[in-house]
Design a protein around this ligand. Sequence first.
Ligand SMILES: Nc1ncnc2c1ncn2[C@@H]1O[C@H](COP(=O)(O)OP(=O)(O)OP(=O)(O)O)[C@@H](O)[C@H]1O
Ligand SMILES: [Mg+2]
Length: 249
Amino acid sequence: MTDDVAVRVDHVSKSFRLYHERNQTIKSAIMRGRTSVHEDFWALKDVTFDVPRGSTFGLIGSNGSGKSTLLKCLANIYFPNKGTIEHFGKIAAMLEVGSGFHTELSGRENIFLNGSILGMSKKEIASKYDEIVAFSGVEQFIDQPVKNYSSGMYVRLGFAIAINVDPDILVVDEVLAVGDAEFQAKCFTKFRDLRAAGKTVILVSHSMATVKEMCDQAAWINHGELMTVGPAADTIQAYEKSLTGGPEG
Ligand SMILES: Nc1ncnc2c1ncn2[C@@H]1O[C@H](COP(=O)(O)OP(=O)(O)OP(=O)(O)O)[C@@H](O)[C@H]1O
Ligand SMILES: [Mg+2]
């Protein structure tokens, strides 16, 4: 059964502590002693779904609904408070713009740093270096510190590294939107190649056109809860309906 599953999200809940009284004085902190004032905010509530192996899977939902939190749980950056996530295969993630980059280092140094974080040997990275740089299209600036890169250049380089790790499962947050049309087209071609090679792609997007075009299935998250999961067109329809007609719309 698990042969058909790339990622299994099983009753996952994730909370963050929201602290109040940010501008407290040292005196008031001492007076209060060890107790701190916080509330638990549940960013994900009992989310369960499977991502089929070899599929392209979309995650949609309004700002702050928990999509990035879920991707970070998938990428082992966050740990769920409850529930489990299993992934079957090597995972590479492209999260927010610049995450995983060291801003003072050059593009070249970041390729080696990032590649090794993602599990490639130095030799392996060296052999893929030219391909990474070519895909990124930033060769002219490869020896500049990445803090001087534009957001599109960041994403190009980050994406070029992530796909060259040759992951079984590629997780992409809403970052491709900052790339230009030519780069986006290149990425979509790459997604199709990955899919044809039996790899799994999980992507967050606010572009329903992208999700409709790219994804087999999609999940809609609303206030941390899974509302719908199924064929992308059906999930998009449910989400869009809630925006125009629902009680919260
Ligand atoms: N490290 C954190 N500490 C506290 N709260 C957090 C943290 N990370 C996320 N949150 C909260 O969790 C909720 C979900 O955030 P998340 O980034 O997952 O939303 P999102 O669906 O990705 O939104 P967007 O479409 O704007 O990217 C938000 O209310 C956010 O404030
Ligand atoms: Mg997000």
